[in-house]
Ligand binder design. Sequence first.
Ligand code: ADP
Length: 514
Amino acid sequence: MNVKKHTLSRLGYSEYRPLQERAIDALYSGQDVLLAAPTGGGKSLTYQAAGLMRNGVAVIVSPLLSLMSQQVEELSKKGIRAKFLNSTLNPGEQDDLVWALRHQHIDLLYLSPEKLVQPSVIGFLHSFDISLFAIDEAHCISQWGSFFRPEYSQLGQLKSSFPDVPIIALTGTVDQKTMTTIQESLQLKNCLVLRNSFDRSNIKIQIAQKRKAKQQILYFLHHEVPGETGIIYCRSRKKTEELASWLSDLGLPSLSYHAAMSEEDKQKNHNIFSEQQGTIMVATTAYGMGIDIAHVRFVVHLDLPSSPESYFQEVGRAGRDGKPAKSLLLYGLQDMLQAQQLATLQPLSATTEVQHLSSLFRILEGRGCRRQNLLAHFDEHIPACQHCDRCLSNKSEQNMTIASQKFLSLIYHTKGLQPFSVLIQILLGKKTKPVLAISAQSLTLFGKGKELSEVQWKSVIRHLIAYNYITLGTFSVFSVHINEKSRNVLQGKSQIIIPSEHYYPTLQEDHIAI
Ligand code: ADP
């Protein structure tokens, strides 16, 4: 048996996936590799196998302590000599580890970026042979990403300190900017860039309008994924706790997870979730990176993710075993405005956050197949998937050019200072307090939008925002204005076609038998 096959069977697998094999061959011959593959794409095996095949210790840098201890545990069970260098080791254990490393009794060494960049640790690494460096979650290097970790930017010194040791950078995101930043920061030389398809076709994508979100979730849990294990993502910590206890009261076993919980509680909930089938984890995005639980069957977003990349990664936590899984994202105009406002408040990265959000809005509002729209963001072009909510619906679309003209000209006539809800009331001819307060009943457009319902107006507005026909104010989303693009609509030079609106169904809690 050749060394590659032998290594594969030591790791417990029977066949390499094509991309794994190419990455391993390159590393084995000493070449640097940048491997972009979605969560669950099998990235870990590349550095584990190449590390075992080359002489010396493979040094694996990961930002996730839980992932490192999990991998070390699994590898040890397979008889692989893997260790985790971390600050919880007592001096005796540290001495043992140093001795084992110097005497070549260890093949894979895991440590955090914070640990690695300590000068004493870099110095220590020079005292034994290193087979390769693996930089996991390498997108943390990029300030463009949402997971920036400052220590990652210091990892560039590895190449200058160890010019002959190949480096593999692994990432779950693929936008060109991040890929370039990774290569430059790590000073990768003559690097083999590999990217796997990001199409996780076993996950059904559903994106729908939010209305009575809790009841919509009940419908999903009851009709689409009864008794299954899954994650519900919410933005606020409080909401995770409230929703988890509400669901538990209804007899649906649920836990919460967020950054403000104690490490002990987080670990406890994570353990229950990974061990007990049928548990629902209601979490903020603090529950995420590196979670590898094969039987997660669904992911729900009750609030908007911060970027297409986060959406993709979060949804990708379902169906890691390759079997069918489902996702549901619920949102509305209000969510878009709130997310936009939060993004503009980011002290350092407002522009980037707003850009990420705009890309997300265009995916959510885009016409046609959801999967096509999402993957196009990752520069991947696929045929319509036939099983997202769009492909499964009648795909009807409406020409909303006239409605858009009315709305844009109303913004103009109210100087962009009125909330969208008031503009809708004006178009629907409702004499509400805020409408009367600005004497809007005397505007020509008052009552001239009754051909559409409130829901339809909201979807027109969402589309106009997503495609930049309306410019939202930097400090207040209520100060909005029209622009060059919207002038083209007003002059009839461009058409606005939008997909027909639908709500995801609801289920009342008294329909759930406890
Ligand atoms: P990533 O790091 O890209 O998120 P992992 O390395 O955790 O992905 O792998 C995801 C899953 O795929 C794991 O459960 C792993 O056991 C499985 N896997 C990886 N490579 C292979 C292979 N060659 N054959 C079968 N299963 C594999």
